[in-house]
Design a protein around this ligand. Structure first.
Ligand code: BF8
Ligand code: SF4
Length: 645
């Protein structure tokens, strides 16, 4: 890949060039240096689960076809995949656990910088968790709810409450019949590790059954708890404007980047950075103020609730530092490149880790404690102001920043579509039934240097909205869409006529930003609400919808993909799962699963072809539901691009 083809985002390209000129290495350079990547790893057929190995299967059928213990390609690939899912589910769910813990402290008066902010949602969620409201006050309810949520992680009997009460009944039945109803969150993750120890589960289909159960404990469990309880603690988002891209950095202000995933510290940082004394301190240090900007999903969390600008997505974390304008970058957990520590040493940028789970050698650690949140946030901001004094003269901030709207949720989509007094999904369902809308797609996930940065995201979304498919987005896809102007109501102008009419009538963008990656649980609950409204079948697998991750890279993305598939959603990803070394497992995931569970995976690297796989699937579901023909003539798929790959 040449420097110029690394991204479609001109701000990123400018910084990529700048890095190259200064001899600074980025993920793209390390990717090039890594070529050729290990074929066994790509195919998923290497194993180092015990010390008789490492073992690898010869994909050409000439060399070994079994590891030393006798495990074949199917077993090895399935075990590797479920371990990815276990790690992804663990990351999301541990985040959910921390939020439940914070809510518990707040309700008990031990986390003085936190309090219940959304009492309506508190009551709704508590009711779902089977808590009687009676005459209890908010804090009593919040204590009971947080304790009930925490029990979901480690309980030894029964099945996940949240899966049973949030998912459509028909879907719960599918899980029960298949024996994959998740029991408790930690248990499924532990069992995934147990089953993949040498000499336990070797049946790839049986391993995949548990892989589904583990991922469901993430989507309908840990992630859902993270989303629901964050809304209670920090307020359910409302539609809000923000700006996106490196141009949000300000030359004369103290620039602080909050990067990672958890909202707990960043929420308090947002508030503290606006305190008069802090702003005055910055001004005394010759800055024109404090400019807090997000990166990755911590960025998504605070833009959803406060409209804080976001500087970029996953592959822009190094590029932000290359501007020379970041005075301090504070990180919590997940998707934080280890490369940042040496990169920040080349600049004045101060890097600070805050989670005991995520330290970096040689990097200053300011440990976060919920009971001293504001105090710690002030300490971090003081460090940023001090770091501003060391800023060099060479600063290059790209001009690009795009305005966008975020803050859509399962609850407020009701209000936006149905009016304040009769909140309902009826208009959305009717739009699909009448053929004004073809269907909906969840397009989510990361960046990956294997794919031109943001190209997959933007190309796929444009093709979908052109074909009257409403898009909901989270994570790094949402940031890519924001930078490309797709999160503005004006983006209706590039939609099909039906979707355009809806966007114009309601004043929404055709791409709805519903949050960070744990907030993919919002997409699940939106689907459940659509079904409950009626007229579009009984199960998620009946709906004219599809999912995609056009630039995925993380293990969390695999868990997300698997819980969507296990919830009945056809899900297309660009880079194939590392399973191609097992023909049987590949066939199971991309074909046979659909008969058993109602959803399946597809691998397609061309985002246009992938979009048409989704559109064709949506059309198939429309036919099965006997919905009316589409109201407007649609742009046709380019010839030869509809073939299944
Ligand atoms: O949780 S989309 S690169 S930042 S893993 Fe990471 Fe992927 Fe971005 Fe958010 Ni999600
Ligand atoms: Fe090899 Fe089996 Fe050990 Fe894996 S578990 S390293 S395949 S002997």
């Amino acid at each position: 890949m040449t420097t110029e083809t690394r991204s479609v985002d001109s701000a990123s390209l400018q910084m990529i060039r700048q890095a190259a000129k200064a001899g600074i290495e980025t993920a793209w350079d390390r990717y090039d240096a890594m070529q050729p990547q290990c074929g066994f790893g790509i195919l998923g057929i290497c194993c180092r689960n015990c010390s008789m190995g490492p073992c690898r299967i010869d994909p050409f059928g000439e060399g070994p076809q079994a590891g030393i213990c006798g495990a074949n390609a199917d077993t090895i690939a399935a075990r590797n995949l479920i371990r990815m899912i276990a790690a992804g589910a663990a990351a999301h769910s541990d985040h959910g656990r921390d939020i439940a813990h914070t809510l518990n402290l707040a309700a008990k008066g031990k986390g003085r910088d936190y309090a219940v902010k959304d009492s309506r949602k508190l009551k709704e969620v508590a009711t779902r968790f089977g808590i009687k409201l009676d005459n209890k006050n908010e804090n009593q309810i919040a204590v009971e709810l947080s304790e009930a949520a925490l029990r979901e992680f480690g309980k030894q009997d029964g099945t996940l409450l949240s899966a049973a009460t949030y998912a459509p009944p028909a879907r719960v039945k599918v899980w029960e019949d298949a024996g994959i109803m998740p029991r408790s969150i930690d248990r499924e993750i532990v069992e995934a590790m147990h089953r993949t120890h040498i000499g336990v589960d070797t049946d790839y289909k049986n391993i995949m059954k548990h892989a589904m159960r583990t991922s469901l404990s993430d989507g309908w469990g840990g992630s859902l708890i993270a989303t629901e309880l964050s809304d209670i603690l920090f307020q359910g988002p409302k539609p809000i404007r923000f700006s996106a891209n490196l141009g949000v950095l300000e030359k004369d202000k103290v620039n602080i980047i909050v990067h990672g995933h958890e909202p707990t510290l960043s929420e308090v940082l947002v508030a503290v950075s606006r305190e008069k004394e802090m702003v005055k301190l910055a001004e005394d240090g010759n800055a024109k103020g404090i400019n807090l900007a997000g990166m990755c999903c911590t960025g998504n969390e605070i833009l959803m609730r406060h409209g804080v600008p976001v500087a970029g997505n996953f592959l822009q974390q190094e590029l932000a530092v290359v501007t020379g304008a970041i005075d301090l970058m504070v990180v919590d957990v997940q998707c934080i490149m280890p490369a940042l520590s040496s990169l920040c040493n080349c600049f004045h940028t101060k890097l600070i880790t805050t989670s005991p789970k995520c330290k970096m050698e040689g990097v200053e650690h300011v440990e976060f404690h919920e009971d001293r949140a504001a105090e710690i946030a002030r300490e971090i901001i003081r460090k940023a102001i001090a770091s501003f004094q060391n800023r060099g003269k060479k600063i290059l901030i790209p001009d690009e920043k795009e305005s966008a709207i975020a803050g859509f949720t399962t609850e407020n989509i009701f209000e936006i579509l149905g009016g304040r007094y009769r909140s309902t999904y009826r208009p959305l369902n009717n739009a699909i039934i009448e053929g004004r809308l073809r269907g909906a797609a969840g397009v989510v996930g990361c960046n990956n240097p294997k794919i031109q940065h943001d190209y997959g995201h933007i190309t796929m979304i444009k093709e979908l909205i052109k074909n009257d498919v409403l898009v909901v987005t989270t994570g790094c896809n949402a940031i890519a869409a924001a930078k490309a102007g797709l999160l503005r109501p004006e983006a209706a102008s590039i939609c099909g006529a039906g979707l355009r009419e809806i966007c114009e009538a309601v004043g929404i963008p055709p791409v709805l930003h519903v949050g960070s990656c744990v907030d993919n649980s919002r997409i699940l609950t939106i689907l459940a609400s659509v079904l409950a409204e009626g007229g579009l079948g009984k199960d998620i697998s009946d709906l004219p919808i599809a999912g995609a991750a056009p630039e995925w890279m993380s293990e969390k993305a695999v868990s997300i993909g698997m819980y969507f598939v296990a919830s009945g959603v056809f899900t297309v990803i660009a880079t194939p799962l590392p399973v191609l070394g097992s023909k049987k497992l590949t066939k199971y995931l991309t074909e046979e699963m659909e008969n058993e569970i109602g959803g399946r995976w597809a691998f397609e690297s061309d985002p246009i072809k992938a979009a048409y796989l989704m559109i064709r699937h949506i059309d198939g579901k429309r036919d099965a539901l006997k919905l009316r023909p589409l109201m407007y003539e649609q742009p046709l798929a380019p010839k030869g691009q509809q073939d299944r790959t």
